[in-house]
Design a protein around this ligand. Structure first.
Ligand code: GTP
Ligand code: MG
Length: 171
């Protein structure tokens, strides 16, 4: 078992390609109300959690709610891939605006495993090329996280490390 220290007042970005297990991890380690998922916000604004054309509106709404939570001093976890630089920079800016620490927990599952999981899901229909691009973006992401302002960075490599991890909130 690996305990991951996370500041109790932080804005946590889960980072990982589709199928890496972000939503499962969030559900296992955080209360449902602490987790803001891009899928849930896409569904809220567009009636379809996979509608990528709704991403901008969904993230606007998500960050608005996250800001309200952070202003009230509540730990907030964002469940989205965060493999793109603009998504991470928005999150770091939001954390800074509320004077809380941006944290990143990376679930680095091999692409083949993520793809096998994705193929088995009825709620995902994108092609392998999409996952391959996310993987390339993730490799770049891993080199940059610290420089981008994330104060806490945890990288879990592979299924076993992901499954064995627990979160320890630090006062
Ligand atoms: P997106 O929302 O598409 O970005 O994926 P995600 O990263 O949220 O993955 P999700 O948590 O939905 O997990 C994808 C599939 O992998 C699910 O069907 C889970 O059953 C399975 N899964 C997730 N986490 C684990 C894990 O820790 N161990 C195992 N064995 N399976 C997992
Ligand atoms: Mg998910």
């Amino acid at each position: 078992m690996t305990e991951l220290p996370v500041p109790a007042l932080s804005l946590v970005a889960l980072v990982g390609i589709s199928g890496a297990g972000k939503s499962t991890f969030a559900g296992r380690h955080f209360a449902p109300s602490q987790v803001l998922s891009s899928d849930a916000f896409r569904a809220m604004v567009a009636d379809d959690e996979t509608d990528q054309s709704a991403s901008a509106a969904a993230f606007d709404a998500l960050y608005y709610v996250a800001g309200k939570r952070l202003a009230a001093g509540r730990l907030t976890v964002v469940d989205a891939t965060h493999v793109q630089e603009h998504a991470r920079s928005s999150l770091v800016a939001l954390a800074r605006a509320h004077d809380v620490l941006p944290a990143a927990i990376v679930l680095d599952l091999p692409e083949d495993e993520a793809w096998a999981r994705t193929e088995a899901r009825p709620d995902r229909s994108f092609g392998r090329a999409v996952l391959a691009r996310q993987s390339r973006d993730l490799r770049r992401t891993l080199k940059r996280l610290n420089r981008e302002g994330f104060r806490t960075v945890h990288v879990l490599r592979g299924r076993e490390e992901i499954e064995a991890a627990t979160i320890r909130l630090q006062p």
